[in-house]
Write a new protein. Sequence first.
Length: 538
Amino acid sequence: MKSKNLHLLFLSNLVFAYVFAQPTIKTQRVIGGSAHDAFYSMCFTNDGGMLFGGSSNSPVSGNKTDTSRGSLDYWIVKTDSSGHFQWDKTIGGIGSDELRTVLQTDDGGYIVGGYSYSSISGEKTQKKRGLNDYWIVKLNSIGNIEWDKAYGGSDEDRFSVMQQTRDGGYILGGYSPSNISGEKTENSRGNNDYWVVKVDRLGSVQWDKTIGGNDYDALNCLQQTADGGYILGGVSLSNISGEKTENSRGSGDYWIVKLDSSGNIQWDKTIGGNDEDELSSIQLTYDGGYILGGMSFSNISGEKTHHSRGQSDYWIVKLDSLGNIQGDKTIGGDNAEELSSLEPTHDGGWVLGGWSASNISGEKSENGRGNRDYWIVKLNRGGDIEWDKTIGGDNEDDRVKVLQATKNIYIVGGASKSDVAGDKTKMKRGRSDFWIVVLEDSNSIINDITSLQDSHSLKSRENKSIKTFSIYPNPAKDILHIQSKKKIMVSLTNEEGKVLLTKTIEGTSTINVANLRRGLYYLKNTATNEMQKVILLQ
């Protein structure tokens, strides 16, 4: 009996280790010139490829095909569905221009946003308002500029994030100390305030809102919500004052603000502990609530229910639709971690990305490679950790973004100063480069095997698993990509069975779902009746 128990224990440990195996690096690529190239953002494109963006001061060298305009320029790189380089664009003026966001737009083009210190020069066609301004550039499908717009006041206005809205326009967010001047229609509340600007499809301002307290408030993230409004998030040091209805918990807190479609405040929430906490990402959840991700130095205090693991940690907070806390989770090692990416996964869970300086400790299962490493953490739908992965070289690797491409493939992008060392097998081009890593997660394959073993009929299950088309990302926000090797007709229906659209698919095609409400939909092959669920987050 004792021998049998030991055998069962061994099998139990083996299954646990197998089911929660870490993903492996499938391939990687370094993109850069001979000087400084700082990664910040990436997105999938409707041809199955990707767009990567950041800032660069490199001359023509490496992957960079155009000269620098000034101190720093926007630099974007387009790859095809196989990861091959297609084109790059350098966009800037005579000063420093720092990119923060790249997006595919509903017309098949792209829009990029950041902040600019440049006056009229290079690709910048508008004079600056103050020290620096929000600067948005609209591109067509091959990267040619269609228009650019600057938005700012008389002081220093820093752009953080942007999203295309259901009406085809854009919502821009960042922070500003400017009083009424330029495009800013309200005075500053304190040191810095959230500054939100709504523009139409051509970049003309529809409205702007200044939101803040009497101290420092910086907006880092936003999303359009199912009701047509917006959810904003960032960091606040303010006590009750201005638009802030709750006192600070520590030296910085998460601050969430819900707006209606016209930019009017519906509610705000301060969430934090007794130390420094900064929110970097916010996403909508299936139940109509929100999930927040950022960095925390705090121990148990305020809204924080777990002690710090080391210096700073990832801190995840789940809210309901009215901003009430439903749970929180601290994830970290014995040194410093900083989260920069929180994205939904196909199974209803979440993938976190950021950097870590910790060795094995706390929730970190692998030792560090260098100064800072990419640290990826996969959560299931209930917020439990499924796996974590450390990826790095011998120097600083940070500014991490993670997107799930297919069921078992994740694209990890970031900035790297490392040479060949640790997990990095490609030589660096200059002082800093874009470093793109493709992860393959065997856990999804294992889950399929487990499901097959539980089936009454293996043959029946195998027949059902044959798919004529694939969809990504799923959950989706604005654009749904559909791939099929053969020409097929698909229909998209809602939960009530109403057909919303039909489309012929051959190769890769896209459906713009930005105007559909959040919820469950079905995509069906009209010839075979094969049906796949689609989750829309907005």
